[in-house]
Design a protein around this ligand. Structure first.
Ligand code: MD3
Ligand code: FE
Length: 217
């Protein structure tokens, strides 16, 4: 399939840049909803605290994580999976806030995915220096559903490649309020985040936060 790399278009007041086949960057898609998102995040992390998970090989990840929704993503010695309960408390994960769900559905629709119904949101908190090495998101049941990512706070450089870890990489800067939607052929692209650089954000301080919305089940 052909597309114009980095072509930017605007309709219905939404600006979007195509990154790859069925991958779209929606700069500042959240607009002025950042204060609401911050308040909701503060409630969520009281119910299900941030924690560093261990990879199946026993390495502590540098990103602090938690989840909300019907299921949450967990990693431990048993592997990667989605489960209905928080392993720290054995309680159900917090309900996904309506604003989270609405934003994810709106962004997916703006990128051409009309029927996205996320059942899980992985919440990543990056302190300065935290990073995510190249990986695929492949623990979800249905790869026809996109993944929607919302970035908040400090900027980061996001890397994405093709369907192989060692395929050519593209880097994009993700800023506070940006949304990226990954579907179709891009759904299984390898991707990662370079170490977050030192800085200070007005609303989120010296942190980057990323919300990824998935249809896991
Ligand atoms: C491309 N998070 O949680 S979001 C993750 O910024 C994750 O915290 C990153 O990768 C972050 O798994 C990147 C952007 C993203 C998410 C899912 C993708 C890009 C993707 C799935 C397929 C291809
Ligand atoms: Fe990922």
């Amino acid at each position: 399939m052909s597309f114009d790399l980095f072509a930017t278009s605007s309709d219905n007041g939404v600006t979007k840049t195509q990154l790859a086949d069925q991958a779209w960057h929606l700069p500042n898609f959240i607009q002025n909803r950042d204060n609401l998102l911050k308040a909701l995040l503060n409630e969520l992390i009281q119910l299900a605290p941030l924690r560093k998970m261990k990879t199946p090989s026993g390495k502590l990840m540098s990103v602090n994580m938690t989840c909300c929704g019907d299921v949450g993503w967990v990693s431990d010695a048993l592997g990667y999976r989605y489960q209905g309960t928080d392993p720290l408390s054995n309680l159900s994960w917090p309900v996904m806030p309506d604003l989270f769900n609405a934003l994810a559905k709106e962004a997916a629709a703006a990128a051409g995915f009309e029927n996205f119904e996320p059942d899980s949101c992985l919440i990543n908190y990056y302190s300065v220096g935290a990073r995510l090495s190249m990986h695929q998101d492949k623990d979800e049941a249905d790869f026809s559903q996109p993944i929607v990512s919302v970035s908040l706070g400090l900027p980061a450089t996001f890397l994405f490649a093709g369907l192989q870890r060692n395929s050519a990489q593209t880097r994009i800067a993700l800023h506070h309020g940006d949304v990226v939607v990954w579907g179709g052929a891009s759904r299984l692209a390898y991707h990662g985040v370079l170490p977050v650089e030192n800085g200070m954000h007005d609303l989120f301080g010296s942190q980057r936060i990323n919300l990824t919305f998935r249809k896991a089940c």
